[in-house]
Write a protein that binds this ligand. Sequence first.
Ligand code: HEM
Length: 223
Amino acid sequence: MATANSWPPCTTGWISLVTSDLATRWSARQVGRLKPLLFFLCLYPLYRWSWLVFSGQGLGANPPEYLIRSTGLWSIILLWVTLAVTPVRRLLGQPALVSWRRMLGLFSFFYAVLHVLGWAWWERGGSLTEMWLDIVQRTFVWVGVLAFVPMLFLALTSTRGWMRRLGVGWQRLHYSVYPVAVLSVLHFWLVRSGKVDYREPLAYGGALAGLLGVRLLWRLRGR
Ligand code: HEM
């Protein structure tokens, strides 16, 4: 009985604590102050690779393959985190979090650039002819290129200057992040189809379906 009597105030206390916390809107300045921390967090893969090398653990039997795969994976992870910013800021009622989106998107692009450079240099020996032959011969490479090219335009036009210059067209152009994400999963799927191991591409595809599904739901409800 004593518990039954003490529950309501305790529960109310917790609810009010959580909701009052969430009701506090972080200002753009507060969110901006955390940007350097976010920047260093996004560099985590670089620390990890360096640590593996300098601690003597190494990058496996085939370091170039390890790095090509790891950079591809980190690019996709950061693309998903970028796509999660909008649902998270809406669910938490924190619109200022939008200012993290550009940095996260640019880091996804940064790892995609390392990924493509790794492929171009280690797998194709820096030869344009070899690269072209690989693009036309292997479907997953072609799909990777289809994902990478719009990413390049998204990164180039991510500045305030381009936002102003393109006006409403900027938003339309930046909607191409959705086909980029779908093509990235398809690329991942095709890479893994050689080993008939679809677990990771399925997990990433499922997460993407969730991220796009919540947007569709909000649109249908007119929110
Ligand atoms: C010019 C564009 C691209 C090329 C040439 C390319 C090439 C490659 C190559 C050669 C592999 C390794 C395949 C293997 O080891 O069997 C790979 C894997 C991968 N790539 Fe790409 N890629 C491109 C774009 C992208 C983009 C834009 C993303 C993500 C946003 C991405 C994500 C991945 C992932 C997640 C993997 C699999 C990693 C794993 O198996 O753990 N790639 N790609």
